[in-house]
Design a protein around this ligand. Structure first.
Ligand SMILES: Cc1cc2nc3c(=O)[nH]c(=O)nc-3n(C[C@H](O)[C@H](O)[C@H](O)COP(=O)(O)O)c2cc1C
Length: 175
């Protein structure tokens, strides 16, 4: 199968997750292209789409909204997997909160979505400028002060397993 793995990322950690998922899916025999959502011109050559976004200020990035809007029709026909990379998932009941508040369900409802994964991301405060720190402090909607999540929380084992499950689903014969 020809698979597009596409991402919306500000600081690069979601892009690295995309590369890792792409690698895992390719290792299992699929033809994979990994691209920033802003670079995707067409979904014409792809059989499936895996798309991911970082979260900021309690919402996924506007670039992924734009991508979904641009390819709404194709994404309703091809199988789609989505992940969100964030820190809120690290808090108690975090995954539930992410699913309830960070997902634009209106936009999702017409997609041929197979699975939505909520993954822990990376927040390196030394890479965050003062403006972003202000945004984080004012708009992060968790219970814990966000500076408590200064680090790389990506769980590569979970990411690899998720990629492997996508590859396996794509290898199943279509009924
Ligand atoms: C300014 C700023 C705001 C953020 N807001 C949120 C948020 O509201 N909820 C959340 O779970 N994570 C939030 N995060 C954490 C990011 O989603 C997380 O660090 C993600 O892995 C970053 O991905 P990237 O490196 O691809 O940009 C924020 C990070 C920054 C720098």
């Amino acid at each position: 199968m020809k698979v597009l793995v596409t991402y919306a990322s500000v600081k690069g950690s979601t892009a690295e997750v995309a590369a890792r998922i792409g690698h895992g899916v390719a290792e299992r025999g699929h033809q994979v292209t990994v691209l920033d959502v802003r670079e995707v011109q067409s979904l014409g050559g792809f059989d499936a789409v895996v798309m991911g976004s970082a979260v900021r200020s309690g919402a996924w990035l506007p670039e992924i909204t734009d991508f979904i809007n641009r390819f709404r029709h194709e994404l309703s026909e091809k199988p789609v997997w989505m992940w969100l990379s964030c820190i809120r998932v690290l808090e108690q009941h975090g995954e539930e909160h992410v699913r309830d508040h960070y997902v634009n369900s209106d936009l999702m409802k017409n997609l041929n979505l197979k699975e939505l994964a909520v993954l822990a991301g990376r927040l390196s405060l030394d890479e965050v400028d003062w403006n972003e720190r202000w945004t984080l402090a004012a708009r992060y909607d968790g219970h814990t002060w966000p500076s408590g999540f200064d680090g790389d929380f990506r769980d590569w084992k979970t990411i690899d397993l998720w990629g492997a499950s996508i590859a396996a689903a794509l290898s199943e014969p279509v009924a």
